[in-house]
Design a protein around this ligand. Structure first.
Ligand SMILES: NC(=O)c1ccc[n+]([C@@H]2O[C@H](COP(=O)([O-])OP(=O)(O)OC[C@H]3O[C@@H](n4cnc5c(N)ncnc54)[C@H](OP(=O)(O)O)[C@@H]3O)[C@@H](O)[C@H]2O)c1
Length: 234
């Protein structure tokens, strides 16, 4: 395995395994206490990655919210929040998205070769556009992030991105939060799509922790041997 960051996947799902509703409006799955937990996880990472559809649909800021966590990072000579990373084949990203406008942190866009020039023109100086080749893979994105100094990567969705990290077997940890309701609409985005996953009935993932957080539950899965090593450091 080449050098890649320790990679932690994080997302919330409904009881029936959906990441969102089918409507345009973002579906809140988490609660306040869990959002605070996610904030602490973000603060512990060097970069946060989401797919371009999540940037377009949800318009997330992807920053560390708590002032004390920002201060603690700055005291460690880090930026107040991790770098933001996204991936696109279409290049359809607006420089006015909060991903680009919020926070004085590095923003990286891994783009398919065809759209790189146009995207650099459109985004101007608000992000570094990296040519990720004709068929970007999460493997290569991770290797490049590692070269740029990212040692701990948080992947916050959506489903297309999570599926690729899982099927490529380059995720070390999964933090899955289950919200106490159903979506019940197959038009909505599922947690993952079809694929060959490294964990199946003959090879079960290790459930490392369960925690009730108000009305949601956190399921923490160790997906690689690096999980234990990371725990020892933490
Ligand atoms: N519940 C949660 O925790 C959570 C977290 C995040 C997101 N979500 C939800 O998930 C939904 C979005 O999920 P999604 O699966 O539709 O989209 P996504 O994973 O956020 O993004 C998919 C997009 O990323 C780009 N992309 C992915 N793989 C690529 C590759 N190998 N090479 C180049 N570009 C690549 C493509 O962008 P282009 O289209 O630009 O080519 C693709 O359309 C939203 O509704 C959001 O609300 C939920």
């Amino acid at each position: 395995m080449g050098d890649r960051p320790y990679t932690l996947l994080s997302c919330g799902i409904s009881i029936d395994g959906y990441l969102d509703s089918a409507s345009v409006k973002r579906l809140p799955l988490s609660n306040a206490a869990d959002l605070d937990r996610v904030d602490a996880v973000r603060a512990s990472c060097d970069a946060i990655l989401v797919g371009a559809a999540t940037v377009r649909n949800d318009n997330p800021r992807l920053l560390v919210r708590a002032a004390h966590r920002q201060r603690a990072r700055v005291a460690r000579r880090l930026p107040p929040a991790p770098a933001k990373v996204t991936v696109t084949a279409s290049g359809v990203l607006s420089p006015t998205a909060d991903f680009f406008t919020a926070g004085a942190v590095d923003k990286l866009v891994y783009a398919e070769s065809d759209v790189v020039d146009d995207l650099r023109d459109r985004l101007g100086g608000c992000a570094t556009v990296v040519d990720a080749g004709p068929h970007p893979s999460m493997d290569r994105v991770c290797a490049d992030l590692h070269e740029r100094g990212v040692r701990r990567l948080m992947v916050e969705g959506g489903g297309t991105i999570l599926t690729q990290f899982l099927t490529a077997d380059i995720a070390d940890e999964l933090q899955l939060v289950v919200a106490p309701f159903f979506v019940g609409d197959s038009q909505a985005r599922r947690f993952v799509s079809d694929g060959r996953f490294p964990f199946h009935p003959q090879r079960r993932a290790e459930l490392a922790e369960t925690k009730q957080i108000g009305d949601v539950v956190l399921l923490r899965y160790a997906l690689s041997e690096r999980f234990g090593a990371q725990q020892a450091i933490a």
